[in-house]
Design a binder for this molecule. Structure first.
Ligand code: KG4
Ligand code: ZN
Length: 340
Protein backbone atom coordinates (compact mmCIF):
# COMPACT_ATOMS: atom_id res chain seq x y z
CA UNK A 1 0.00 0.00 0.00
CA UNK A 2 1.31 3.48 -0.83
CA UNK A 3 0.28 6.54 1.19
CA UNK A 4 1.07 10.19 0.49
CA UNK A 5 1.39 12.17 3.75
CA UNK A 6 1.19 15.95 4.14
CA UNK A 7 2.27 17.97 7.19
CA UNK A 8 1.81 21.75 7.50
CA UNK A 9 0.74 22.26 11.13
CA UNK A 10 3.44 24.74 12.09
CA UNK A 11 6.35 26.09 10.05
CA UNK A 12 7.61 23.01 8.20
CA UNK A 13 6.08 21.93 4.90
CA UNK A 14 6.50 18.16 4.68
CA UNK A 15 5.42 15.58 2.10
CA UNK A 16 6.27 11.88 2.09
CA UNK A 17 5.41 8.82 0.04
CA UNK A 18 5.35 5.75 2.27
CA UNK A 19 5.17 2.23 0.92
CA UNK A 20 4.06 -0.40 3.47
CA UNK A 21 6.38 -2.96 1.91
CA UNK A 22 9.40 -0.86 1.00
CA UNK A 23 9.24 1.87 3.71
CA UNK A 24 9.77 5.61 3.19
CA UNK A 25 10.27 6.26 -0.55
CA UNK A 26 10.67 10.01 -0.20
CA UNK A 27 10.43 12.50 2.66
CA UNK A 28 10.81 16.15 1.65
CA UNK A 29 10.72 18.89 4.31
CA UNK A 30 10.97 22.58 3.57
CA UNK A 31 11.89 24.43 6.75
CA UNK A 32 11.06 28.07 7.41
CA UNK A 33 13.48 28.34 10.33
CA UNK A 34 15.63 31.11 8.80
CA UNK A 35 12.56 33.21 8.11
CA UNK A 36 11.17 33.00 11.63
CA UNK A 37 14.56 33.40 13.32
CA UNK A 38 14.24 37.20 13.22
CA UNK A 39 11.19 36.97 15.53
CA UNK A 40 12.65 34.26 17.75
CA UNK A 41 9.52 32.18 17.16
CA UNK A 42 6.96 31.23 14.51
CA UNK A 43 4.96 34.11 13.05
CA UNK A 44 1.65 32.46 11.97
CA UNK A 45 0.64 34.62 8.96
CA UNK A 46 4.13 34.37 7.51
CA UNK A 47 4.16 30.58 8.09
CA UNK A 48 0.86 30.21 6.22
CA UNK A 49 2.07 32.33 3.28
CA UNK A 50 5.24 30.24 3.02
CA UNK A 51 3.24 26.99 3.08
CA UNK A 52 1.15 28.18 0.14
CA UNK A 53 4.36 28.93 -1.78
CA UNK A 54 6.09 25.67 -0.83
CA UNK A 55 3.39 23.03 -0.77
CA UNK A 56 3.26 22.24 -4.51
CA UNK A 57 7.06 22.29 -5.08
CA UNK A 58 7.53 20.04 -2.00
CA UNK A 59 4.78 17.70 -3.21
CA UNK A 60 6.29 17.63 -6.70
CA UNK A 61 9.76 16.81 -5.36
CA UNK A 62 8.43 14.09 -3.03
CA UNK A 63 6.57 12.41 -5.90
CA UNK A 64 9.59 12.63 -8.24
CA UNK A 65 12.04 11.33 -5.62
CA UNK A 66 9.77 8.41 -4.74
CA UNK A 67 9.74 7.25 -8.36
CA UNK A 68 6.05 6.33 -8.11
CA UNK A 69 3.25 7.44 -10.39
CA UNK A 70 1.01 9.75 -8.34
CA UNK A 71 -2.05 7.86 -9.61
CA UNK A 72 -0.76 4.64 -8.08
CA UNK A 73 -0.99 5.83 -4.46
CA UNK A 74 -3.75 4.26 -2.37
CA UNK A 75 -4.65 7.20 -0.11
CA UNK A 76 -3.72 10.68 1.04
CA UNK A 77 -3.09 11.40 4.76
CA UNK A 78 -2.95 14.87 6.26
CA UNK A 79 -2.41 16.54 9.63
CA UNK A 80 -5.78 17.95 10.67
CA UNK A 81 -4.98 18.96 14.29
CA UNK A 82 -3.52 20.48 16.41
CA UNK A 83 -1.46 23.40 15.13
CA UNK A 84 -1.68 26.92 13.73
CA UNK A 85 -5.03 26.92 11.97
CA UNK A 86 -3.76 29.15 9.14
CA UNK A 87 -0.99 26.63 8.50
CA UNK A 88 -3.15 23.52 8.88
CA UNK A 89 -5.66 24.67 6.28
CA UNK A 90 -2.98 24.88 3.59
CA UNK A 91 -2.14 21.18 3.94
CA UNK A 92 -5.79 20.18 4.33
CA UNK A 93 -6.78 22.06 1.17
CA UNK A 94 -3.95 20.47 -0.81
CA UNK A 95 -4.96 17.03 0.50
CA UNK A 96 -8.62 17.59 -0.43
CA UNK A 97 -7.58 18.68 -3.92
CA UNK A 98 -5.58 15.45 -4.29
CA UNK A 99 -8.53 13.42 -3.02
CA UNK A 100 -10.71 15.04 -5.66
CA UNK A 101 -8.26 14.81 -8.55
CA UNK A 102 -7.06 11.26 -7.83
CA UNK A 103 -10.37 9.89 -6.44
CA UNK A 104 -8.57 8.44 -3.42
CA UNK A 105 -9.58 8.24 0.26
CA UNK A 106 -8.45 11.00 2.63
CA UNK A 107 -7.21 9.99 6.09
CA UNK A 108 -7.10 12.37 9.07
CA UNK A 109 -3.98 12.32 11.24
CA UNK A 110 -3.33 13.99 14.60
CA UNK A 111 0.07 15.67 14.78
CA UNK A 112 0.94 14.27 18.24
CA UNK A 113 -0.22 10.80 17.26
CA UNK A 114 2.10 10.97 14.25
CA UNK A 115 5.07 12.07 16.40
CA UNK A 116 4.43 9.02 18.62
CA UNK A 117 3.87 6.45 15.86
CA UNK A 118 6.93 7.63 13.90
CA UNK A 119 8.86 5.32 16.24
CA UNK A 120 7.56 2.31 14.27
CA UNK A 121 9.50 3.50 11.24
CA UNK A 122 12.65 2.52 13.15
CA UNK A 123 11.73 0.35 16.19
CA UNK A 124 9.30 -2.47 16.83
CA UNK A 125 7.89 -1.30 20.19
CA UNK A 126 5.59 -3.56 22.21
CA UNK A 127 2.22 -2.24 23.43
CA UNK A 128 1.33 -0.89 25.90
CA UNK A 129 3.81 1.94 26.25
CA UNK A 130 4.08 5.30 27.98
CA UNK A 131 4.69 8.16 25.58
CA UNK A 132 6.25 11.48 26.47
CA UNK A 133 5.61 14.00 23.69
CA UNK A 134 7.84 17.05 23.90
CA UNK A 135 7.80 19.66 21.17
CA UNK A 136 7.57 23.39 20.58
CA UNK A 137 3.83 23.39 21.26
CA UNK A 138 3.29 20.31 23.45
CA UNK A 139 4.47 18.53 26.55
CA UNK A 140 2.18 15.59 27.24
CA UNK A 141 2.21 12.12 28.76
CA UNK A 142 0.00 9.32 27.41
CA UNK A 143 -0.55 5.63 27.86
CA UNK A 144 -0.72 4.07 24.39
CA UNK A 145 -2.42 0.68 24.75
CA UNK A 146 -2.77 0.10 21.02
CA UNK A 147 -3.44 2.14 17.89
CA UNK A 148 -6.36 4.54 18.66
CA UNK A 149 -6.46 3.54 22.35
CA UNK A 150 -4.91 6.51 24.12
CA UNK A 151 -5.17 7.66 27.75
CA UNK A 152 -4.12 11.21 28.54
CA UNK A 153 -2.15 11.36 31.80
CA UNK A 154 -1.15 15.02 31.88
CA UNK A 155 0.21 17.96 30.00
CA UNK A 156 1.69 21.39 30.44
CA UNK A 157 -0.27 24.01 32.36
CA UNK A 158 1.56 26.84 30.58
CA UNK A 159 4.64 26.70 28.28
CA UNK A 160 5.71 23.60 26.37
CA UNK A 161 9.26 22.31 26.94
CA UNK A 162 10.44 23.33 23.46
CA UNK A 163 8.87 26.77 23.89
CA UNK A 164 10.82 27.19 27.15
CA UNK A 165 14.04 26.22 25.31
CA UNK A 166 13.29 28.77 22.58
CA UNK A 167 12.48 31.54 25.09
CA UNK A 168 15.58 30.91 27.20
CA UNK A 169 17.68 30.95 24.02
CA UNK A 170 16.16 34.35 23.20
CA UNK A 171 17.07 35.67 26.69
CA UNK A 172 20.64 34.54 26.12
CA UNK A 173 20.66 35.93 22.59
CA UNK A 174 21.56 32.55 21.09
CA UNK A 175 19.33 32.35 18.01
CA UNK A 176 16.35 30.26 16.92
CA UNK A 177 15.28 27.50 17.35
CA UNK A 178 16.81 27.48 20.81
CA UNK A 179 16.60 23.76 21.62
CA UNK A 180 19.54 22.47 19.56
CA UNK A 181 21.69 25.53 20.41
CA UNK A 182 21.14 25.19 24.19
CA UNK A 183 21.66 21.43 23.92
CA UNK A 184 25.11 21.99 22.42
CA UNK A 185 26.12 24.93 24.62
CA UNK A 186 25.07 23.15 27.82
CA UNK A 187 27.69 20.47 27.11
CA UNK A 188 30.38 23.09 27.80
CA UNK A 189 28.77 24.41 30.97
CA UNK A 190 28.31 23.43 34.61
CA UNK A 191 25.14 23.36 36.69
CA UNK A 192 26.14 26.37 38.78
CA UNK A 193 22.56 27.37 39.66
CA UNK A 194 20.09 24.94 41.17
CA UNK A 195 16.93 26.04 39.39
CA UNK A 196 13.42 24.90 40.43
CA UNK A 197 12.02 21.57 39.14
CA UNK A 198 8.37 22.67 38.74
CA UNK A 199 5.73 20.13 39.89
CA UNK A 200 8.33 17.35 40.02
CA UNK A 201 7.50 16.37 43.58
CA UNK A 202 3.77 17.02 43.27
CA UNK A 203 2.15 13.67 43.95
CA UNK A 204 -1.42 15.02 43.78
CA UNK A 205 -3.55 16.06 40.84
CA UNK A 206 -0.58 17.63 39.07
CA UNK A 207 1.63 14.55 39.30
CA UNK A 208 1.61 14.11 35.51
CA UNK A 209 1.27 17.78 34.63
CA UNK A 210 4.11 20.10 33.69
CA UNK A 211 4.80 23.82 34.10
CA UNK A 212 7.78 25.58 32.59
CA UNK A 213 6.84 29.24 32.79
CA UNK A 214 8.11 29.69 36.39
CA UNK A 215 11.38 28.04 35.43
CA UNK A 216 11.71 30.42 32.49
CA UNK A 217 11.21 33.41 34.86
CA UNK A 218 13.78 31.97 37.29
CA UNK A 219 16.27 31.78 34.39
CA UNK A 220 15.46 35.40 33.51
CA UNK A 221 16.31 36.53 37.05
CA UNK A 222 19.68 34.75 36.86
CA UNK A 223 20.43 36.22 33.41
CA UNK A 224 19.68 39.71 34.74
CA UNK A 225 22.24 39.31 37.52
CA UNK A 226 24.84 39.32 34.74
CA UNK A 227 27.29 37.12 36.65
CA UNK A 228 26.95 33.70 35.04
CA UNK A 229 28.39 32.40 31.79
CA UNK A 230 25.83 31.55 29.10
CA UNK A 231 26.94 27.91 28.98
CA UNK A 232 26.42 27.57 32.76
CA UNK A 233 22.93 29.04 32.56
CA UNK A 234 22.15 26.76 29.60
CA UNK A 235 23.40 23.73 31.54
CA UNK A 236 21.46 24.68 34.71
CA UNK A 237 18.27 25.19 32.70
CA UNK A 238 18.66 21.98 30.73
CA UNK A 239 19.30 19.89 33.86
CA UNK A 240 16.08 21.25 35.42
CA UNK A 241 13.95 20.55 32.31
CA UNK A 242 15.40 17.07 31.80
CA UNK A 243 14.95 16.18 35.50
CA UNK A 244 11.25 17.04 35.28
CA UNK A 245 10.63 15.26 31.95
CA UNK A 246 12.46 12.09 32.98
CA UNK A 247 11.15 12.11 36.57
CA UNK A 248 7.49 12.30 35.59
CA UNK A 249 7.83 9.67 32.90
CA UNK A 250 9.51 7.27 35.34
CA UNK A 251 6.67 7.93 37.83
CA UNK A 252 4.17 6.91 35.12
CA UNK A 253 6.19 3.77 34.30
CA UNK A 254 6.12 2.75 37.96
CA UNK A 255 2.52 3.71 38.68
CA UNK A 256 1.08 1.83 35.69
CA UNK A 257 3.74 -0.88 35.59
CA UNK A 258 4.31 -0.34 31.87
CA UNK A 259 7.80 -1.28 30.77
CA UNK A 260 8.13 0.53 27.44
CA UNK A 261 8.59 4.24 26.86
CA UNK A 262 8.52 6.19 23.60
CA UNK A 263 9.83 9.75 23.63
CA UNK A 264 8.68 11.85 20.67
CA UNK A 265 8.57 15.40 19.28
CA UNK A 266 11.27 17.97 18.53
CA UNK A 267 12.75 18.02 22.06
CA UNK A 268 13.29 14.25 21.91
CA UNK A 269 16.34 15.12 19.78
CA UNK A 270 17.95 16.49 22.97
CA UNK A 271 21.18 14.68 23.77
CA UNK A 272 20.99 15.12 27.56
CA UNK A 273 17.37 13.90 27.62
CA UNK A 274 18.41 10.76 25.75
CA UNK A 275 21.38 10.18 28.05
CA UNK A 276 19.31 10.56 31.24
CA UNK A 277 16.48 8.38 29.92
CA UNK A 278 18.89 5.55 29.09
CA UNK A 279 20.37 5.75 32.62
CA UNK A 280 16.92 5.64 34.25
CA UNK A 281 15.75 2.83 31.96
CA UNK A 282 18.62 0.71 33.18
CA UNK A 283 17.98 1.56 36.84
CA UNK A 284 14.21 1.04 36.63
CA UNK A 285 14.21 -1.89 34.15
CA UNK A 286 12.21 -0.39 31.33
CA UNK A 287 13.11 0.12 27.69
CA UNK A 288 13.11 3.55 26.10
CA UNK A 289 12.79 4.36 22.39
CA UNK A 290 13.64 7.53 20.51
CA UNK A 291 12.97 8.10 16.80
CA UNK A 292 16.01 8.77 14.59
CA UNK A 293 16.86 12.48 14.57
CA UNK A 294 15.36 13.20 11.12
CA UNK A 295 11.97 11.95 12.40
CA UNK A 296 12.00 13.94 15.69
CA UNK A 297 11.06 17.31 14.21
CA UNK A 298 8.04 17.82 11.93
CA UNK A 299 7.96 15.76 8.74
CA UNK A 300 5.58 14.11 6.28
CA UNK A 301 6.84 10.56 6.94
CA UNK A 302 5.22 10.38 10.37
CA UNK A 303 1.92 11.51 8.80
CA UNK A 304 2.07 9.03 5.91
CA UNK A 305 2.93 6.14 8.25
CA UNK A 306 0.16 6.99 10.76
CA UNK A 307 -2.27 7.39 7.85
CA UNK A 308 -1.31 3.92 6.67
CA UNK A 309 -1.98 2.50 10.18
CA UNK A 310 -5.40 4.21 10.25
CA UNK A 311 -6.40 2.96 6.82
CA UNK A 312 -5.28 -0.57 7.64
CA UNK A 313 -6.63 -0.83 11.20
CA UNK A 314 -9.84 1.21 11.32
CA UNK A 315 -10.35 2.49 7.79
CA UNK A 316 -11.47 5.90 9.05
CA UNK A 317 -11.54 8.50 6.28
CA UNK A 318 -12.92 12.04 5.98
CA UNK A 319 -14.80 14.04 3.36
CA UNK A 320 -14.54 17.54 1.92
CA UNK A 321 -16.55 19.02 4.83
CA UNK A 322 -13.99 18.02 7.47
CA UNK A 323 -12.42 20.99 9.29
CA UNK A 324 -8.99 21.23 10.89
CA UNK A 325 -8.74 22.07 14.59
CA UNK A 326 -6.12 24.31 16.17
CA UNK A 327 -6.56 22.65 19.56
CA UNK A 328 -7.68 19.06 20.02
CA UNK A 329 -6.19 16.63 22.51
CA UNK A 330 -5.17 13.26 21.07
CA UNK A 331 -7.68 11.16 23.06
CA UNK A 332 -10.47 13.57 22.08
CA UNK A 333 -9.41 13.47 18.44
CA UNK A 334 -10.20 9.75 18.36
CA UNK A 335 -13.70 10.51 19.75
CA UNK A 336 -14.06 13.31 17.17
CA UNK A 337 -13.24 11.16 14.14
CA UNK A 338 -15.21 8.18 15.53
CA UNK A 339 -18.39 10.25 15.54
CA UNK A 340 -18.13 11.05 11.84
O1 KG4 B 1 8.10 18.80 16.95
P1 KG4 B 1 8.67 20.09 16.47
O2 KG4 B 1 9.52 20.08 15.22
O3 KG4 B 1 7.56 21.15 16.20
C1 KG4 B 1 6.40 21.25 16.98
O4 KG4 B 1 5.47 20.44 16.73
O5 KG4 B 1 6.44 22.09 17.90
O6 KG4 B 1 9.51 20.69 17.71
C2 KG4 B 1 10.21 21.90 17.62
C3 KG4 B 1 10.82 22.21 19.00
C4 KG4 B 1 11.47 23.58 19.08
O7 KG4 B 1 11.00 24.24 20.25
C5 KG4 B 1 12.97 23.25 19.22
O8 KG4 B 1 13.69 24.22 19.96
C6 KG4 B 1 12.94 21.91 19.91
O9 KG4 B 1 11.83 21.24 19.32
N1 KG4 B 1 14.18 21.14 19.73
C7 KG4 B 1 15.02 20.81 20.73
C8 KG4 B 1 16.11 20.14 20.16
N2 KG4 B 1 15.90 20.06 18.81
C9 KG4 B 1 14.70 20.67 18.56
N3 KG4 B 1 14.92 21.05 22.06
C10 KG4 B 1 15.93 20.62 22.83
N4 KG4 B 1 17.03 19.99 22.36
C11 KG4 B 1 17.17 19.72 21.03
N5 KG4 B 1 18.25 19.09 20.58
ZN1 ZN C 1 5.66 18.60 15.95
Amino acid sequence: MKILGIETSCDDTGVCIYDSEKGVLSNVVSSQVKLHAQWGGVYPDLAAREHTKNIIPVLDRAVKESGVDLHSIDAVAVTVAPGLIVSLVVGISAAKSLKWALKKPLIPVHHIEAHIFAIFLSDNVQFPFISLVVSGGHTELYIIRKFEDYTFLGGTLDDAAGEAYDKVARMLDLGYPGGPIIDKLAREGKEVIKLPRPLLNDKGKNRFNFSFSGLKSAVMREVEKGIYRKEDIARSFQEAVVDVLVGKTVDAVNEFDIKNVVVAGGVSANSRLRERFFEEAEKNSFSVHFPPLYLCTDNGAMIAYTGYKRLKETGRTIGYDFEGKARLRLDRFIEYISRR
